[in-house]
Design a protein around this ligand. Structure first.
Ligand SMILES: [Cu+2]
Length: 329
C-alpha cells in the first residue's frame, strides 16, 4: 500500500466530498500506537486481523467510498430504511476474514476520518465530529434489519467513542492528515459462542447537537446525534461460558462429537470461506447443528475449548459433559 500517496489523495478527495465514513477494520493491531500518537509524523504500523462484511474492494479507498459505505438517511439510495448496505451480507471473501474473539477481549476498530475529525479544521468547518457507536440484536445469528432498530435499546452499552478521540492526526499549519481513526471497545462478557452480528454507526448529522461537556461515552446515549453512516460486521465468539435460552440447553446434549465427526467437512477457525477435510484440517473439531468448526491446539498443546473431538488423537477431549458448552452450539 502506498500509504503516503493514499493519504494525500484522501485529503484531496475528502475536502470536496460530502461527509462520509465507513468501518475499515474490526480487529486492528497497531504496533506503534503510543509512539505514533506522541509523534504523528511517524508511519502508523498496523495490520488487520478481522474485517467488516464482504469487503470485496478492500484497500481501494476510492471504490469503497462509492460502493461500500452506507448512507442511512439518503432516501433515494435507501428507500426501505435498511440498517446495512444490501451488499454487506454475512460473507467474507478470501483475505478479508471475519473476526474471531473471546468475550471480554479488547478490540480496536478502525474507521476513516475523511477530513471530519476536528471542529476547527477539515470539512465542514465548525461541526462536531460526533460519535461512533455499536448496535447488536442481543443474540447470535440475528441481524438488526432496519435503521429504526438503531436505538438506545439495541446499543451495546459502553461501545461508543468520540469520532476522533483515539485518532492519530498529523497537523501541519491548519491542515490535518488523519492517519488513522480508532474506536476501542470491549467485547461484552455475556455473549454466547457463535456468530454475533454488529452494526458500526457514525452518529453525526445533519442536525448536530454536540454532546454536553460531561458526556460519558460509556454510559450516556445522545439521541440528538443522528445516526448517519453504517458498516455491518460479525464476530465469531469463541471460549464463552455464557448461555442464554432454554432451547440451546436442550440441544447441547444431542450434538456430542464422535469419530464420524472427522469425516465431515469442517470450517477452519469457524470461517465459512476456509472449508477443509481430513488431515488438512486443524485437530480440534466442534459440532454445532449442521456445521462443524475446527481449531488448532492452544499454546498448551490441548484443544482450546471444552467438548472438542480431537481428530488427530481420535479422542473426545476434556470436559465433554452435557453441561459444558462447545463453541458453536
Ligand atoms: Cu466525507
Amino acid at each position: 500500500m502506498k500509504s503516503f500517496q493514499l493519504a494525500s489523495l484522501i485529503s484531496l478527495l475528502a475536502a470536496s466530498a460530502s461527509a462520509h465514513s465507513w468501518l475499515e477494520c474490526v480487529d486492528t493491531q497497531v504496533s506503534n500506537y503510543d509512539a505514533a500518537k506522541a509523534n504523528p509524523s511517524l508511519d502508523v504500523q498496523q495490520t488487520c486481523n478481522g474485517y467488516p462484511r464482504n469487503k470485496v474492494s478492500n484497500g481501494d479507498w476510492i471504490q469503497e467510498s462509492q460502493t461500500y459505505l452506507w448512507d442511512l438517511n439518503n432516501v433515494s439510495l435507501n428507500p426501505d430504511g435498511l440498517a446495512c448496505r444490501p451488499s454487506q451480507t454475512n460473507t467474507y471473501p478470501a483475505g478479508v476474514p471475519m473476526t474471531t474473539a473471546r468475550p471480554g477481549q479488547n478490540l480496536r476498530l478502525r474507521h476513516w476520518g475523511n477530513g471530519h475529525s476536528r471542529y476547527d479544521m477539515g470539512s465542514p468547518l465548525h461541526k462536531d465530529p460526533g460519535v461512533v457507536r455499536l448496535y447488536h440484536a442481543g443474540k447470535k445469528e440475528t441481524d438488526l434489519k432496519l435503521k429504526s432498530d438503531l436505538v438506545e435499546q439495541n446499543w451495546v452499552r459502553g461501545a461508543q467513542a468520540n469520532f476522533s478521540a483515539d485518532a492519530i492526526i498529523q497537523i501541519t499549519g491548519n491542515q490535518m492528515n488523519e492517519k488513522a481513526n480508532y474506536f476501542d471497545w470491549t467485547v461484552p462478557s455475556n455473549l454466547e459462542d457463535g456468530r454475533q452480528s454488529f452494526i458500526w454507526v457514525w452518529a453525526w448529522g445533519p442536525a448536530v447537537t454536540s454532546n454536553s461537556a460531561n458526556f460519558n461515552p460509556a454510559t450516556d446515549y445522545n439521541n440528538a446525534l443522528l445516526n448517519s453512516w453504517t458498516t455491518c460486521f460479525d464476530i465469531m465468539i469463541v471460549g464463552s461460558s455464557a448461555t442464554t435460552s432454554a432451547d440451546t440447553a436442550g440441544s447441547s446434549g444431542s450434538s456430542t462429537p464422535s469419530t464420524d465427526t472427522c469425516s465431515k467437512t469442517c470450517l477452519k477457525g469457524g470461517m465459512a470461506q476456509y472449508p477443509c477435510t481430513g488431515s488438512d484440517c486443524p485437530p480440534c473439531w466442534y459440532v454445532s447443528g449442521g456445521t462443524t468448526n475446527c481449531f488448532e491446539y492452544g499454546k498448551d498443546g490441548t484443544c482450546p475449548f471444552g467438548g472438542a473431538y480431537d481428530c488427530k488423537k481420535n479422542i473426545q477431549t476434556r470436559g465433554a459433559t452435557r453441561f459444558e458448552r462447545t463453541p458453536f452450539e
